[in-house]
Every structure is written in structure tokens, then in C-alpha cells.
Design a protein around this ligand. Structure first.
Ligand SMILES: CCCCCC/C=C/C(=O)SCCNC(=O)CCNC(=O)[C@H](O)C(C)(C)COP(=O)(O)OP(=O)(O)OC[C@H]1O[C@@H](n2cnc3c(N)ncnc32)[C@H](O)[C@@H]1OP(=O)(O)O
Length: 391
């Protein structure tokens, strides 16, 4: 439990303070925060005071809401009257966070502050450097326009196979997208493939050998999948071509999946001596029933886009010739919907099973770590690397 002492701040940032009279908190936690530490949170509160530019009312409302959620928990105040405009806006911003856990609110507050100004960079130098790295990463391209943050897998010569670095860059891109100004976030791929799954050379090219790669892989995979489970905004996959392995299993954690009729969906885990990941051992039977999930996850049956739609994995299939135009027109329309409303609706849906998803993710990662060191898996990977086998 958090013991919270509040005092009013001196007037360090007139516009911000006068608008909200933000309290400065001295918070003493008796247990460690899940992600952002208490120190990070306090640093972020100090950084807000140093803002040189007014970040605008929307951001100030967001800061206020996250601050209240992180310190007081869900909004339990009576709604201010209709003419009390400022307090009503503040109440609505706070209330819109629903039952967001305090730890997540604290993390989002820290992330938001660190994205606001150069003055925030000093004490979060590591994160800032990482943000820049993600923006500069050649294999993951992140852009934000028309209310949509687009995360593009951009390694077409390798069919967009995911390297260790790409997993890290995606984690970071999702973290940034969760607090940026966009309403929805979209994944797609460059070239003829959506994604050919895990880069199989991740395991063979690791300096410390398979053992070290397996340990690292399990940690990275768990964090990677967690960032999809916890992502707060609508997450959409625009599947432009074939998808393999983890690029397919992750779709069970997306809110909508639009596919070209050229896309295929293939999870050849048994062929590779591996086991399912990205919570698919839970989401796939739930989405398509256990008989169909078994065909995909155990027997590696490849589905066409229409078959994947019939199983409920895909929301809608489009002819390849009009795919891009139709999908982006539609997404731009969706991105104009009230963002808080979409977030809350997603939260209501996701909160029903978040705990379960985290538990499944942890178990799948432990199982995979052991599988990666099995003879079945090492042989399959060696066969691919030595060009003896493809899917
Ligand atoms: C942090 C770790 C988390 C791990 C999570 C667990 C995830 C599991 C999975 O995702 S399992 C699925 C793994 N993927 C595969 O098994 C696919 C392997 N690739 C293929 O079978 C084929 O390449 C293909 C069917 C995708 C495409 O075939 P084709 O059209 O004939 O093209 P090429 O084979 O010539 O491919 C072009 C180029 O790309 C390289 N490449 C493609 N996919 C991968 C891959 N997954 N890993 C590494 N490299 C890949 C391929 O080798 C070619 O490279 P080259 O031109 O020869 O240098």
C-alpha cells in the first residue's frame, strides 16, 4: 500500500500550475513499483516543473489524470457540475483511466514526461537514447500521422524476420505509442511478406552459444509479449502477405486484423521442435476452438486468409489489388473516433483476462526456453541455416 502525503507546489510553472494547481507528492511505497521506480516517478514530477514550453491542455489533462491514478488510484470523486468546466475536464481525464493499475499509471506518467522536453532528457538519458535508437532503427520504421502510429517491419530481404534487436525496438515503439497523441497503432510489413517470424539465426549467431541465446530469448520474449498484452490503445495488424510463427500467434492479442487475400498464416512449431508462444496456447483455442487450434499449433497447418477469417483470427480479408487503399481509408476513419472511449472499451475487454494472459506468457516462455535447447529444435534450426530445409 502507498502512504501518500500531498503538499501544494510553489509556483514553479505558472501556466501548468495555475491550470491544475498540480500537487507535488511525497509518496512512500512499502513495496517496489512494478516498472518505473518511485525515484523515476519523483524525478518525472520534478521534470514537469522544468518544462520550458506549455505542453497544451490535452497533455496537462493527461499528466493530471496519470498523476492522480498513480497516487490515489481510480477516480472516486463525484463528477463536478456541468458549469465547472476545468474541474469537469480534470475529472473526466482521471475517470477515463478506469481501473488502470497504479504502477502502470506511474510508468505512463514517467514515459509521458520524458517525451515532453529536452529538460526531461537529462535524468532519463538511457531511455532517450533508446527512443532515438528505435526511431533510427532501419528494420523497424515508426511514423505517426492522421491519428495513427504505424510500426512497419522493414527487413524485406529477409522476409521481415525478427532479430533480437527488432524485438527490443518494437517493445520501445509500443511503449512510446502508448503515450503519444495517436488514437490507434498499426503493425504492417514492407515487401511481399508480413513477417517470417523469429529470425532463426538469432540462436546460431549468439556469441555465448545456444544456452545463452535461449536464456536471453526467454527474457526478451516475455517482455515483448507483455508489451502487447498491456498495450492500452486499439492495436491493428495490416497483414500484407504471408505471416509465420510469432507473427501469427501475436495476432490473438491484436484488437483487429485486416488481411490481403495473398496473406497466409503458418505456425510450424512442431516442424521446428518448438512450442507456441505469444499466449496462443490460450488465445487460439478460445478464438477458433481447440480442434482448429490443434491443427495450427500442433500440426502446423497453413491457413489461407479466408480460412483464417473463417476461424475468427482475421477480422476481414481484402483483394490484394485494393488492400492498402481500402484498409488505410478505413483506419483513418477509425482514428477519428474519440480516443478515450476506444481505450476504455479496450480496457474493459482486456481486463477480463489480463492476469491469465500474463500467466500463460510466463509459462510459454519457460517451456520454449527448454525446447530451444532440445535436439529436435537445434536440428531443425541447423537444417534451415545450412539451407537443407525451408517451411
Ligand atoms: C526473442 C526470441 C523470440 C522467439 C519467439 C519464438 C518464435 C518462433 C517463430 O517465429 S517460429 C517461425 C520461424 N520462421 C521460420 O521458420 C521461417 C523460415 N523461413 C522460411 O522457411 C522461408 O525463408 C520462407 C518460407 C519464409 C520464405 O521462403 P522463400 O520465399 O523461398 O524466400 P527465402 O527462403 O529465399 O528467404 C529470403 C531470405 O530471407 C531469409 N529468411 C526468411 N525467413 C527467415 C527467418 N525466419 N529467419 C532467418 N532468415 C530468414 C532467408 O534465409 C533468405 O536469406 P538469404 O537470401 O538466403 O540470405
Amino acid at each position: 500500500m502507498a502512504a501518500v502525503t500531498l503538499r501544494r507546489a510553489r509556483c514553479w510553472c505558472p501556466s501548468l500550475l495555475q491550470f491544475f494547481r498540480l500537487p507535488v507528492a511525497q509518496v512512500h511505497l512499502s513495496r517496489p513499483a512494478m516498472r518505473a521506480s518511485q525515484q523515476d516517478f519523483e524525478n518525472a514530477m520534478n521534470q514537469v516543473k522544468l518544462l520550458k514550453q506549455d505542453p497544451g491542455n490535452q497533455v496537462k489533462l493527461k499528466l493530471y489524470a496519470l498523476y492522480k491514478q498513480a497516487t490515489d488510484g481510480p477516480c472516486n470523486m463525484p463528477k463536478p457540475g456541468v458549469f465547472d468546466l476545468v474541474n469537469k475536464a480534470k475529472w473526466e481525464a482521471w475517470n477515463s483511466l478506469g481501473s488502470l493499475p497504479k504502477e502502470t499509471a506511474r510508468q505512463n506518467y514517467v514515459d509521458l514526461v520524458s517525451s515532453l522536453s529536452p529538460s526531461a532528457e537529462a535524468s532519463s538519458q538511457g531511455k532517450h537514447e533508446a527512443d532515438e535508437k528505435a526511431q533510427k532503427s532501419k528494420d523497424i520504421v515508426v511514423t505517426s500521422e492522421d491519428g495513427i502510429t504505424k510500426i512497419v517491419l522493414n527487413r524485406p530481404t529477409k522476409k521481415n524476420a525478427l532479430t533480437f534487436e527488432m524485438y527490443q525496438d518494437i517493445i520501445l515503439a509500443l511503449k512510446n505509442a502508448s503515450t503519444d497523441n495517436s488514437a490507434i497503432t498499426v503493425f504492417t510489413g514492407t515487401g511481399d511478406y508480413y513477417c517470417s517470424g523469429n529470425d532463426l539465426t538469432n540462436f546460431t549467431s549468439a556469441a555465448g552459444g545456444m544456452e545463452e541465446a535461449a536464456s536471453k530469448g526467454a527474457v526478451v520474449l516475455r517482455e515483448f509479449v507483455n508489451s502487447f498484452i498491456d498495450f492500452p490503445k486499439p492495436l491493428v495488424a495490416v497483414v500484407n502477405g504471408p505471416a509465420v510463427g510469432i507473427a501469427v500467434t501475436l495476432l490473438g492479442l491484436f484488437d483487429a486484423v485486416y488481411a490481403s487475400d495473398k496473406a497466409t498464416f503458418h505456425t510450424p512449431f512442431s516442424h521446428l521442435g518448438q512450442s507456441p508462444e505469444a499466449c496462443s496456447s490460450y488465445t487460439f483455442p478460445k478464438i477458433m476452438g481447440s480442434a482448429k487450434a490443434t491443427e495450427m499449433l500442433l500440426f502446423g497447418k497453413k491457413l489461407t486468409a479466408r480460412e483464417a477469417w473463417a476461424q475468427g483470427l482475421v477480422s476481414e480479408v481484402f483483394p490484394d489489388s485494393t488492400f492498402e487503399k481500402e484498409v488505410w481509408t478505413r483506419l483513418k476513419g477509425y482514428a477519428k473516433l474519440p480516443p478515450n472511449s476506444m481505450r476504455i472499451s479496450k480496457e474493459l475487454i482486456r481486463n477480463n483476462e489480463k492476469e491469465k494472459l500474463h500467466a500463460v506468457n510466463a509459462e510459454e516462455c519457460t517451456t520454449l526456453k527448454a525446447k530451444w535447447l532440445s535436439e529436435e529444435c537445434i536440428n531443425a534450426i541447423m537444417n534451415f541455416v545450412s539451407r537443407k530445409a525451408k517451411l
